[in-house]
Write a protein that binds this ligand. Structure first.
Ligand code: CA
Length: 226
């Protein structure tokens, strides 16, 4: 295994299953790490973000739902939720957790590896395509350009654009956006997000007249389409 092998965090409290997944991922060229307690996940990801997380739903300490929500408040790392019941998946989708994929037990480890590969490939490719599509975000300088033109953004609009761009076309709910825009989002409302989106949209449209780059997904939230 090389030092650059993408790190995959397996969060699974059944030791046999965790080590089976780890074996398959290692054989496929990844660097797997395992955790068994839900409470350990957020600190571990904050300390050293992995390339992807396989997250079991039923965990001791803190369940996968809460872990996923907490992760999404500060991280865009791809998350694959693993559930023991196929009926559970519809409910999970409805909760808008921001997970990238769902896998049901019992699964074939080969299938899991294939999904991991697909998600990492997609994440890598879309990372390039944001720049290729004309958007450049300078995080350190708090500046962004579209098609080479500087966007005059407020700090909140900058964070909004950065968040939407990091999702590579993923839909964000207003709550998820609020979490990333403000340290304490209890002081603001959904309407606040809408008005920042409106302003950001207008500024993007000045560069690309007639194009609406931020799509509203009715009843759900927003996504960036470059
Ligand atoms: Ca479990």
């Amino acid at each position: 295994m090389t030092e650059n092998a993408p790190r995959i965090l397996i969060v699974e409290d059944e030791p046999k299953l965790a080590s089976l997944l780890a074996d398959y991922l290692r054989a496929a060229g990844y660097a797997p790490e395992t955790l068994a307690d839900g409470r350990e996940v957020v600190p571990a990801v904050r300390a050293r973000p992995p390339a992807l997380i396989l997250l079991d739903l039923m965990l001791p300490g803190k369940d996968g739902l809460d872990v996923c929500r907490e992760l999404r408040s500060f991280s865009d790392v791809p998350v694959v939720m693993i559930t023991a019941r196929v009926e559970e998946i519809d409910r999970l989708l409805g909760l808008e957790l921001g997970a990238d994929d769902y896998i049901c037990k019992p699964f074939s480890p080969r299938e899991v590896v294939a999904r991991v590969k697909a998600i990492l490939r997609r994440a890598g490719r879309s990372g390039e395509s944001t720049a290729a599509a004309g958007l450049v975000i300078d995080e350190a300088g708090y500046r962004a350009t579209l098609d080479g033109q500087a966007l005059e953004l407020t700090p909140v609009e900058f964070r909004l654009l950065k968040t939407l761009a990091a999702g590579h076309g993923r839909v964000y709910t207003r709550d998820q956006l609020l979490d990333r825009l403000y340290d304490d989002h209890r002081v603001v409302t959904d309407r606040t997000v809408d008005s920042h989106v409106k302003n950001l949209r207008r500024k993007l449209e000045q560069v690309r007249p007639g194009q609406d780059l931020i799509r509203s997904i009715y009843g759900v939230g927003y996504k960036l389409e470059l």
